[in-house]
Structures are given as C-alpha cells and as structure tokens.
Design a protein around this ligand. Structure first.
Ligand SMILES: *[C@@H]1O[C@H](CO)[C@@H](O)[C@H](O)[C@H]1NC(C)=O
Ligand SMILES: *[C@@H]1O[C@H](CO)[C@@H](O)[C@H](O)[C@H]1NC(C)=O
Ligand SMILES: *[C@@H]1O[C@H](CO)[C@@H](O)[C@H](O)[C@H]1NC(C)=O
Ligand SMILES: *[C@@H]1O[C@H](CO)[C@@H](O)[C@H](O)[C@H]1NC(C)=O
Length: 398
C-alpha cells in the first residue's frame, strides 16, 4: 500500500511485532496502533525515511526499543509522539532533540530512568503536553526546563524527582493565561478531519485520575505528585492564572501555602496532601470560586480553617485530616481545641496589650495636664474652684 496516508488500527487484538516494512509507506502521516497486543522491538533506523510522519501513537502495547541504539526518531515534522504504557526503559531517547515541532510527548507508564535532560527546554519550544508519569526519572527540574513556554499540561507524577520546585515555574506563560486553547490545535490540520479527535481527548485527560468537570479547552495542569520534591512551594506558581489542576501531593514540601493562592481563579483541583506544610491556611483560599476538589490532609498546618464562600461547599472533614493543629468547621470548634485555645489566647493578649499601654499613657497625660496645671498655676486653680462653686445644681445633690 505505497500510498497509504493513515494507518489507524487502535483498539484491536493485533499481536506480534511491528514489521520494518512499515517504513516502505513513504507518504504515511499518522500511525496509531494503540491498545493492541504488540510486542517485541520497534524497527529502528527506518523511521527517518518517513518524511511526512506527524503522529506516532503506540501507547498501551508491550513494545520496546530495539537493542543497541535508540529508537531512531530523526524526524522534522513529528508533532505527536505517544509511547505510553509500553516496556521502554533507559534514558530519554537523545534523538528526541532532533525532532522538530513536537507538541505532545507522552512516555508515561514505562520504565524510563535518568535525569530530565537539559536540552528539553531549548529544543522543544512548541511542546504543549509533557507526560512522563509513572517512570523512574530522578534528579532535579532545572531552570532550563522553564523555557518550555507553550507547556499547558506537565505531568511528572510518580517518579523519583527531587530538589526544589524552581521559582521559574512562573515563566510557563502557556499556563499563566486564562484564554481557552483549542485542545485539537495540536492535531496537524490534515489529520484533524480523520477520527483522531477522540484519541487526542484521551491524551489530554489520561493523566487526570480524577473526573474533571470543566471543559477541556481550559485544561491546564501541573501534576508533580508522588515524587521527593522538598523546600517551599514557590510563590510564583500563584501567577499561573490559567491552571485548573495543581497536584503536589506526596512530596516533602515544607513552609507555608503561598498567601496569594486565592488569585488562581481557574483552580478546580488543589491537592497538597501528604507533605510537611506548616503555618495557617491562607484566608484567600476561600476566594477560589471554581474549586471543587481540595485536599490539605496530612501536613502540619495549624490555626483556624478559613470559612465562607467556596469552602462551604467542601464539607468533607477528611480534606483537613492529619493536621493536629487545625480547628474550625468542618473539624472541631476552635474553642474546644486545647492548643488552638491557647493560641487564641495569645493572639488576644497580643491584640489587647497595645490597647492597655496606650490607654495608660492617655490617662497619665490627660490627668496630669489638667491636675498638674491646676497644681502649678494659682490663677487657674481659683478659676476652676469658682466654677464648681457657681454650679448651683450640684450642691443640692451633695
Ligand atoms: C523567567 O522570566 C523572568 C522575567 O521574564 C526572566 O527574568 C527570567 O530570566 C526567566 N527565567 C528563566 C529560567 O527563564
Ligand atoms: C494527586 O496525586 C495523588 C498521587 O498521584 C493521587 O493519589 C491523588 O488522587 C491526586 N489527587 C487528585 C485530586 O487527583
Ligand atoms: C510543625 O510546625 C510547627 C510550627 O508550626 C513546628 O514547630 C514543628 O516542628 C512542626 N512539626 C513537624 C513534624 O514538622
Ligand atoms: C485526601 O487525601 C487523603 C490522603 O492524605 C485521603 O485519605 C483522602 O481520602 C483524601 N480526601 C479526599 C476527599 O479526596
């Protein structure tokens, strides 16, 4: 079939390995063999002959890269690469860096390992979806990775990444805007007319374990859950005004929840559970009017849970559980909470002390400016007591 443009055989029971004769299909634009029983090694060198290829989707099979060199992907037009749920291992294929306008990389649920290479930021300027979930990547997220300006879905959950979440996360301008993005804009135009659209829907929603209620055009997501990130949540993250989902659960984050979290008005899912965050919950959190899933459990948060607005629609106490210092609805009342009671008391003291001091100063100044002057100046003293004498109503009372 030397003129074949689209090879779409997904969701079947095809077995065996992918024959290298696939590389004779020179005009091929899209290969989708996802969700089959394919196994064995991928043909290696020949992919470079497929100059028109824009989409490769081999997800949910049992294929692996050929031994020796890496799966050869020296392409200039490839836009979507999905190898998720296969048996790939080793470092990220270094030849990805020579691939041109990649917009989707989905390598989730494999056994890739090693660092996230530095070149990613510079070499993948059009990348919108990076999904590396459930692999064994380690090392840090480097500042170079913040150059992925077009990114709107970053899913690195369930890996062994560590270090800090860099401050430059605020530079993901694709997530900072609230404009809707056409989810299908990532499909090359000629392919869009074919029934590839469902497939793209799958990529976009796949990482999200929770049912997402919003419209996909707005879906912008950061999922760094189940890694070993430490230190503070960078405040810059609150500038990502378009973000709908932020999952930082199951890390070792410390410090406070950023005060300005309330400015992330699109946020629907905020999961910060299972970290070591401390301090109080910023009151601005109650301003997140789109929030429909919050989880702050198993941290070291303390003080009163902010009330009102959107938080009233989230009455499940489990979302605050495992924070011994936390009180207020929907947990127990702060008045009956021994620690918080003391805290309130201290706060009271702090609040009243300046009042008492200024009142005392006021009294002293007031008293002595009247009595002191009467004591010191004879003519004023006479005038004052004459005035008292002249008041005729008072003596009858005395
Ligand atoms: C992030 O953006 C700021 C301001 O635009 C810029 O100064 C900084 O160099 C950027 N950082 C990175 C790592 O790109
Ligand atoms: C956040 O990530 C954790 C770990 O991956 C997962 O168990 C949890 O369900 C996620 N939270 C939401 C709200 O999806
Ligand atoms: C919890 O936070 C308090 C301060 O709010 C701190 O003194 C304490 O060490 C923290 N506990 C843990 C286990 O991190
Ligand atoms: C919140 O996270 C905890 C784990 O820390 C989990 O047990 C609980 O079910 C979660 N609550 C909700 C409402 O998802």
């Amino acid at each position: 079939m030397p003129n074949l443009l689209f090879l779409i055989l997904s969701n079947n029971l095809i077995e065996g390995s992918i024959p290298s004769s696939i590389c004779n299909l020179k005009p091929l634009k899209a290969v989708s063999l996802s969700s089959n029983n394919l196994s064995g090694e991928l043909p290696q060198e020949c992919w470079k002959d497929l100059q028109s290829l824009e989409v490769i989707d081999l997800s949910n099979n049992h294929t692996m890269p050929g031994k020796g060199s890496h799966f050869h992907l020296v392409r200039t037009r490839l836009s979507i690469l999905s190898l998720s749920k296969n048996s790939f291992s080793g470092n990220l294929p270094p030849n990805l860096k020579t691939v041109g306008p990649l917009r989707v990389i989905d390598l989730g649920e494999n056994s890739f390992s090693g660092n996230l290479p530095m070149w990613m930021g510079k070499r993948l300027p059009y990348l919108e979806i990076l999904r590396l979930r459930s692999n064994s990547f380690s090392g840090f997220i480097h500042e170079h990775h913040c150059l992925l300006h077009s990114l709107r879905i970053l899913d690195l959950a369930h890996n062994g990444l560590s270090g800090t979440i860099p401050h430059c996360f605020g530079n993901f301008s694709g997530m900072a805007t609230v404009d809707p993005t056409n989810p299908f804009s990532i499909i090359p135009m000629e392919i869009e007319s074919h029934d590839f659209v469902d497939q793209v829907n799958v990529w976009i929603t796949k990482g999200i374990e929770l049912e997402y209620n919003g419209t996909l055009v707005f879906l912008k997501c950061i999922d760094l859950s189940h890694n070993a990130f430490s230190r503070e949540i960078p405040t810059e993250i609150t500038g990502l005004l378009g973000l709908s989902i932020l999952n930082l659960s199951m890390n070792q984050l410390t410090g406070r929840i950023p005060e300005k979290i309330g400015s992330m008005q699109r946020l629907e899912v905020l999961d910060l559970s299972r970290n070591q965050l401390s301090g109080s919950i910023p009151p601005s959190i109650s301003a997140l009017s789109s929030l429909n899933h919050l989880n702050l459990s198993n941290n070291n948060l303390s003080g009163r849970i902010p009330s009102g607005n959107q938080l009233q629609t989230l009455p499940d106490p489990s979302i605050y559980a495992g924070n011994p210092g936390l009180c207020g609805a929907p947990l127990k009342d702060c008045a009956t909470h021994p620690d918080i009671h003391d805290l309130d008391h201290e706060e009271d003291k702090e609040g009243w002390l300046p009042f008492f001091i200024s009142m005392s100063i006021g009294f002293v100044v007031g008293f002595w400016s009247v009595c002191g002057s009467l004591l010191l100046k004879k003519s004023w003293r006479y005038a004052f007591f004459r005035f008292i004498d002249d008041m005729t109503i008072i003596p009858s009372v005395w």
